[in-house]
Design a binder for this molecule. Structure first.
Ligand code: ZN
Length: 466
């Protein structure tokens, strides 16, 4: 059977899954963890911390404020936002000391409170559009029958942001979100965002149902639908990306644009929803933001845009692993370098081994994740096959007698755009053996450095995973 994202994630130690070899982790495992709440493992820790670091800096550099809000709230917060009335069936609610609490299903209410807090303190010194980002963990009830791996879960982390904008900046704000998404997908994830791979789905109201299924006035709807369409047109003209209007598909609180990637799988074409940009005139009203903004800035209207570029870190990881058959970008991969020490069964073996461990240590000291695999010359291809079908190190580094004699290493980084490994010869420095391997690492991180100004590194001795 063909492997799916759950197999890939398990093989790279990204997530825990039931394991028959150990009681408690066996089939009863779900009994302890709770279905639909993925438990990330050691490799998953590297993925999450690195990614969240990149996302935080990415957004901060683009004018977003970075926050982290609590996982639980008094249920009154969600009464005020309307979620308790419209979204109750998906919420986890509980009572302590006679107080009603909710586990956070959405970050928006907290973000609006934070905007109000800034306005109260700093008044019109707070610049609009006000942009606020959180790698926000939310929990939503889904029927147990619909849960699946990382794709359909009950607990997940959104790359969530809210843009509070006056009308005059609204089109530009929507357009910018698309630009941000394109940059992130291309530079971090090696995904091509163009007219050939992506289209926009513009979900609009049904005029006849405004006031019933769609909250707000006709004027509010046509104004915001107009803004979204103008932005969609701009994107379409600049990148030759098509957009389609779908009447009646909007959220009850406002219209939205989804950015959808088309994936060809053999004959079939699948869709992968990347980013979403949603307009909202319901929440500002509920939080009485119109009055406050009028008082502080003099504006009569303002919009809240909910947006995510990846959707959720969990689901995105799942689709990505399926798409790239388990190959994560270098910067996010649990094992970045596997050094293959190729032994011959002669005197030179000791030299090969000690050099391999030295290179590993130098890589770790530089902040990379690396391990050594000892292989015999005859067993080498078998070892490589084993690594390729399990841990999938980003870069394989070959070190044997020939490499020592020629003072040249062979490195084989995985190249996403070609969907295969390339082979590069790199000099073996006598003083500092890992020197040029580190340079290769720098190079593999360079797009991320362009994106956020630096490349986050969380080092690790990954030997035991290999
Ligand atoms: Zn939101």
């Amino acid at each position: 059977m063909e492997k799916n994202h759950i197999d890939f994630a398990y093989e790279q130690d990204l997530i825990v899954r039931p394991d028959s070899r150990v009681p408690i982790l066996d089939r009863e495992f779900g009994h302890y963890t709770g279905a639909g709440v993925p438990l990330f493992s050691i490799g998953g820790g590297y993925y999450r911390y690195t990614l969240i670091d990149i996302l935080a800096r990415f957004h901060a550099r683009r004018g977003y404020h970075i926050v982290e809000t609590p996982i639980i709230a008094s249920s009154s917060l969600y009464k005020l936002s309307g979620h308790l009335d419209f979204y109750r069936q998906n919420m986890y609610l509980f009572k302590i000391e006679d107080h009603d609490f909710a586990i956070k299903p959405m970050n928006c209410p907290y973000h609006i409170l934070l905007f109000m807090h800034e306005l109260a303190r700093h008044r019109n010194k707070v610049r609009l559009p006000f942009k606020i980002f959180e790698a926000g963990r939310v929990h939503r009830y889904e029927p147990s029958g619909s849960l699946y791996g990382l794709l359909r879960v009950r607990g997940f982390t959104q790359d969530d942001a809210h843009i509070i904008t006056p009308e005059e900046n609204a089109v530009e704000s929507v357009y910018n979100v698309f630009e941000e998404m394109r940059e992130l997908m291309e530079k971090l994830f090696h995904l091509n965002v163009s007219g050939e791979t992506v289209y926009l789905r513009l979900s609009l109201s049904d005029r006849e149902l405004i006031g019933k299924d769609f909250m707000g006035s006709h004027e509010e709807w046509s104004k915001s639908e107009n803004i979204l369409e103008q932005a969609a047109k701009m994107i379409s003209e600049k990148y030759n990306i098509a957009y389609y209007k779908e009447k009646g598909e909007a959220a009850f609180y406002g219209p939205k644009i989804d950015i959808v990637m088309k994936i060809r799988e053999g004959e079939a074409e699948k869709e992968w929803q990347l980013g979403t940009i949603q307009f909202d005139f319901n929440l500002p009203r509920r939080f009485r933001l119109y009055d406050l903004v009028k008082e502080v800035y003099g504006y009569d209207t303002l919009f809240i845009i909910h947006r995510a570029l990846m959707g959720s870190l969990e689901r995105f990881l799942g689709v990505y692993l399926d798409y790239y058959k388990g190959r994560l970008p270098f910067i996010l991969a649990p094992v970045q370098f596997a050094i293959l020490a190729i032994r011959k069964g002669t005197d030179i073996d000791a030299e090969i081994e000690s050099l391999a461990y030295r290179i590993k240590q130098e890589l770790i000291d530089e902040g990379f994740r690396a391990g050594v695999v000892l292989a015999s010359k005859t067993g080498l291809s078998k070892e490589v096959r084993r690594l390729e079908s399990t841990v999938k190190p980003s870069v394989l580094v070959y070190l044997g007698e020939k490499e020592i004699q020629t003072k040249t290493l062979m490195a084989r980084p995985y190249i996403h755009s070609e969907r295969k490994r390339s082979s590069i010869k790199i000099p073996l420095d006598q003083e500092y053996p890992a020197k040029h391997v580190i340079e290769l690492g720098n190079k593999l991180e360079s797009a991320v450095r362009e994106l956020v100004g630096y490349a986050p590194r969380i080092p690790g001795d990954m030997e035991y995973m290999l």
